[in-house]
Write a protein that binds this ligand. Structure first.
Ligand SMILES: Cc1cc2nc3c(=O)[nH]c(=O)nc-3n(C[C@H](O)[C@H](O)[C@H](O)COP(=O)(O)OP(=O)(O)OC[C@H]3O[C@@H](n4cnc5c(N)ncnc54)[C@H](O)[C@@H]3O)c2cc1C
Length: 416
């Protein structure tokens, strides 16, 4: 079924009895050409692009829970391509371009909303860094505007410009940044992949790998063994656990990241705003809730819930920046397990085990990367060569020293 305005009208007039399930619920086959472990954004996008770009459809996506149960349905929905380093910026700009055509491509309303993103700066050195980043963005075609204090005040009069704890000197604005309805993205990719013959298999946990003579020949699952010529692991916060089953250790730690949403308010926030003197960022959902978050909890965990001291710290950041937020009531808060790499940048690479591929290390920024992450993993698996924009995202970069240290923080996961 193709979704369209006419279809909605037709269904509306005939009792909504014609809608079909968005994807099938097939039983797993004994063997596939390609098995993708993890039905989050990256796994599902990879399956979709393997089918649509490379014409490969003998694929199963194995998901231990339900589609959208992981970070793809838990994030704060921000998309942007405001990176600095050549190892990152072209990749995120490809992702932004894919976002811009995504809904037409997958025929699914993902509520892509490019209402802009502003990174605030509070000191002169921070302004210098913003100028440098903005220039890198302009060179990559991402677009960037440097806002001085007056221009920023006109855009965001609710920020505390008069009694501020950290003086707001301006902001780097990416007008093409914004938000996307998070779980709709993975549902849309799943539907598109399913329509092309990909088996989307929920409640199927991968519990081991069939590795013989250094070659991966399939996976063990809670629904039996499944053979495969190629296997890709895209399990985000579970990367360490799952790759451990294949005998591999990763330069990744798992941490919990929390987020909060308030009651619905009238439109107040023009786009996404990030505080430059503390860890706090905020946007407003289409339903009116202020969606905000900040730092990871700071200890290693696989728990999908965090603790109140971090929430307090995030709320303090919000109060320091825009005291009006103190009047809003928080409705919900939640956590997701993020796979923090040591330099804050991701991996899309083959592994030392032949036929086993890995995509991970997405930290707390992997949602915006979903289209390009899937596209580049599909490219690597189908052609055997890394995509041009993901060449630097190698697993061995901590051996060679070619790290992608976007923040210049060094090899410490909780600082990225
Ligand atoms: C609170 C929060 C806010 C965030 N905000 C943003 C943001 O604003 N912008 C942004 O770009 N990024 C953000 N992120 C990060 C982003 O959500 C993640 O980096 C990204 O979603 C990870 O990729 P994924 O979608 O493939 O992961 P997931 O959706 O987590 O997918 C991995 C899947 O693998 C499955 N799995 C695990 N183990 C197994 C197994 N053994 N067998 C089978 N399946 C398995 C899991 O159930 C899960 O569904 C945020 C994350 C959190 C937690």
């Amino acid at each position: 079924m193709r979704y369209s305005v006419l279809q909605i009208l037709k269904e509306g007039l005939t009792g909504n009895r014609g809608w079909k399930p968005v994807w099938r619920e097939p039983d797993p086959k004994r063997h596939y050409d390609t098995v993708i472990v993890g039905g989050g954004g990256h796994g599902m996008a990879a399956a979709y692009y393997l089918a649509t770009v490379h014409g490969l459809t003998d694929i199963a996506v194995l998901e231990k829970g339900w589609i959208g149960c992981g970070n793809v349905g838990r994030n704060t929905t921000i998309i942007r391509s405001n990176y600095l380093l050549p190892g990152n910026e072209p990749f995120y700009e490809l992702s932004m371009k894919l976002w811009e055509g995504l809904e037409q491509d997958i025929n699914y309303n993902a509520m892509v909303s490019q209402r802009g993103l502003i990174n605030l700066f509070h000191t002169d050195p921070q302004r210098d860094a913003a100028v440098r980043r903005g220039n890198a963005m302009l060179l990559a075609g991402a677009g960037a505007v440097l806002l001085d204090r007056d221009a920023l005040r006109r855009k965001c009069p609710f920020l505390d410009f008069d009694n501020e704890r950290f003086p707001i000197k301006g902001g780097l604005w990416q007008p093409r940044g914004g938000t996307v309805r998070h779980d709709a993205v993975v549902w849309g990719y799943a539907r598109g992949a399913d329509q092309r013959g990909v088996d989307v298999i929920q409640n199927c946990e991968v519990t081991g790998f069939d590795i013989r003579d250094g070659v991966c020949r399939g996976v063990e699952t809670t629904r039996g063994a499944i053979g495969a010529d190629k296997v890709a692991v895209c399990v985000a916060g579970s990367s360490g656990q799952v790759m451990g089953l294949a005998g591999l250790r990763l330069p990744i730690e798992s941490h919990v990241l929390q987020a909060c949403v308030t009651e619905g308010l009238k439109p107040a926030i023009p786009g996404v705003i990030t505080f430059g003197a503390g860890h706090f960022y905020v946007s407003q959902s289409d339903k009116g809730g202020l969606v905000f978050g900040g730092d990871i909890d700071g200890y290693n965990t696989y728990a999908q819930r965090g603790n109140l001291p971090t929430v307090e710290d995030v709320c303090e950041g919000g109060m320091a920046l825009m005291p009006m937020i103190g009047r809003a009531r928080v409705l919900r808060m939640w956590g997701g397990v993020v796979d923090m790499s040591m330099d804050g940048s991701p991996f899309i690479d083959r592994t030392p085990v032949e036929g086993l591929f890995f995509s991970g290390g997405w930290c707390y920024g992997g949602f915006k990367a979903v289209p390009a992450g899937g596209y580049c993993l599909a490219h690597l698996m189908a052609t055997g060569a890394p995509h041009r924009v993901a060449e630097a995202m190698r697993l061995d970069r901590f051996v060679t020293g070619a790290v992608i240290d976007e923040k210049g923080m060094g090899a410490q996961a909780n600082l990225h």
